[in-house]
Design a protein around this ligand. Sequence first.
Ligand SMILES: NC(=O)c1ccc[n+]([C@@H]2O[C@H](COP(=O)([O-])OP(=O)(O)OC[C@H]3O[C@@H](n4cnc5c(N)ncnc54)[C@H](OP(=O)(O)O)[C@@H]3O)[C@@H](O)[C@H]2O)c1
Length: 345
Amino acid sequence: MISYKLAFLGFGNVGQALARLLLRKMETLQNRYGLTFTVTAIATSRRGNVVHSQGVDLSQVLHAVDSGGNLAQFPTRPISDTVEWLHACDADVLFESIPVNYETGQPAVNYLEMALRRGMHAISANKGPVVHAYRHLTELAQAHGVEYRFESAVMDGAPIFSLAREALPAVDVHRLRGILNSTTNLILERMQAGETLEEAVAYAQSIGIAETDPRGDLDGWDAAVKVAALCTVVLGAPLKPQQVERQGILGITPADIARARQSGQRWKLVCEAYWENGVLRARVAPSLVGPESPLFGVQGTSSMLTLETDVLPGLTIIEGNPGTETTAYGMLADFLNAVKMHPKR
Ligand SMILES: NC(=O)c1ccc[n+]([C@@H]2O[C@H](COP(=O)([O-])OP(=O)(O)OC[C@H]3O[C@@H](n4cnc5c(N)ncnc54)[C@H](OP(=O)(O)O)[C@@H]3O)[C@@H](O)[C@H]2O)c1
């Protein structure tokens, strides 16, 4: 049995879901992969940090955090900030799930860089570093014999990046098209069922999928960052979110909604990128789609991506109503794939 030391940088919705999933899958990891783990470090912004070389009891940590507590009750080396924590955490794998910074990807980029330089696999749910530092982090990982993986950054746990990396060798992707922002998909659906924008946003916030400040979703930024990440990794064309032509859903009027209802169509926030005469075009914009479109049936918080390639004319992945466990699963899969690539001796 090979034992891995794990460190959690960020222990919010995603970090906690990953902790629960690791506990739930513990026997599977032992029986199928011959591996076990200890959690030697956890870092948060306001709830404190833990570093303990013998490992903390993850169930107890989850219980403490679920009951509104912090990490102060757990034994730790004294740590003053995240950089010091990274130097001290002595882990094989870093799971990073801190909030996204659309403009620069920081401070996550610096933290992932530090982890890779220290010989840890860096597994991240954060799309910021993908669009701002994909090549740099990938090359750094290669130089240190470890992996930088980020499956959960787009479409949660759906294996988009693994598909492109491992299952589609020698393929040229000409176009990608889909629905990548779950929050606006749900909001548009509820508006079409009769709610106002404000009511639909409040509902999305009440079930925890829209943030207190929902502008990142409504203005199309989240979708634009995902398009940029897919262009960078899957199309091999580095693109910044600012280069994606972007229109959010705030311009959709009640009259537009009524028109969609009358014509039996639905509004969708459509993401698209394609090559045109050697130039990459990328855009996020609301579109009216009819029942003949595969996008029509993507309801609730589901998402969908179609890749058009030189050999497979249309390959589609649909992810039905993901939750935080779906995101956590992407990170777990990244972990298993990383240690398969670089077995610990
Ligand atoms: N939620 C989803 O379903 C989902 C899906 C796909 C991808 N993602 C991505 O996953 C990441 C995390 O999302 P989330 O929903 O888990 O966010 P969250 O609930 O806000 O959790 C963020 C965590 O990061 C900690 N943190 C923030 N800044 C930090 C710093 N500088 N050093 C150490 N810890 C820091 C926070 O500390 P405190 O606990 O003290 O606040 C919190 O524990 C984001 O990048 C998001 O875009 C999320």
